[in-house]
Design a protein around this ligand. Structure first.
Ligand code: HEC
Length: 122
C-alpha cells in the first residue's frame, strides 16, 4: 500500500519535472530583432516587432524559429505569396493559432505580418 503510494508520487514528481523542462524550452527567451525605424514609420508609427514580442514570440519563438506554433522565419513569404492570406490567418486564427481580430487593429495585424515577412526573413 505504502509502496504503491510512493510510486504514484514518484511518477507525479517525474511528470512535473518533465513539464517544467519542456516549458523551459517552449518559452523561448530569445528577444525578437528590432523593427527598423523606417519600417515603423511606414506603418504609421506601429512597431511590428514589439507586437511580435508581446503577442507571437511565446508560441512562434523570439526569432521566429517556432515552438508551440510553427516556424515563421524564412518561410512565410513562400508559404503566403499574397500577404492578404497571411493576414487572414492572424486575423481569423486557424486551429491552434488564436484569432487576433478583437485584440489587434487591422493596422497592427498588417504591421506584425510585414515584420515576419521582412525582419524575420523571407
Ligand atoms: C497560443 C499560441 C500562438 C500564438 C500566441 C500565436 N500563434 Fe501563430 N500559430 C500557432 C499555431 C499552433 C499555428 C498552427 C496552426 C495550424 O496548425 O493550422 C500557428 C500558425 C500561424 C501562422 C501560419 C503559419 C503557416 O505556416 O501556415 C502564422 C502566419 C502565424 N501563426 C502568425 C502569428 C502571429 C503574427 C502571431 C502574433 C500576432 C501569432 N501567430 C501568435 C500558435 C500561436
Amino acid at each position: 500500500m505504502l509502496r504503491k503510494f510512493v510510486s504514484w508520487f514518484e511518477i507525479a514528481a517525474l511528470l512535473a519535472v518533465a513539464v517544467f523542462i519542456g516549458m523551459l524550452f517552449l518559452n523561448d527567451p530569445t528577444a525578437p530583432p528590432a523593427t527598423p525605424a523606417a519600417a515603423v514609420e511606414a506603418a504609421g508609427g506601429i512597431d511590428g516587432g514589439a507586437i511580435y514580442g508581446n503577442r507571437c514570440a511565446g508560441c512562434h519563438g523570439g526569432d521566429g524559429s517556432g515552438g508551440i506554433g510553427p516556424r515563421l522565419a524564412g518561410k512565410v513569404v513562400t508559404r503566403f505569396p499574397d500577404p492578404a492570406a497571411q493576414i487572414a490567418v492572424v486575423r481569423d486564427g486557424r486551429r491552434g493559432m488564436p484569432s487576433f481580430a478583437t485584440r489587434l487593429s487591422p493596422e497592427e495585424i498588417a504591421a506584425v505580418v510585414e515584420y515576419t515577412r521582412t525582419v524575420l526573413g523571407s
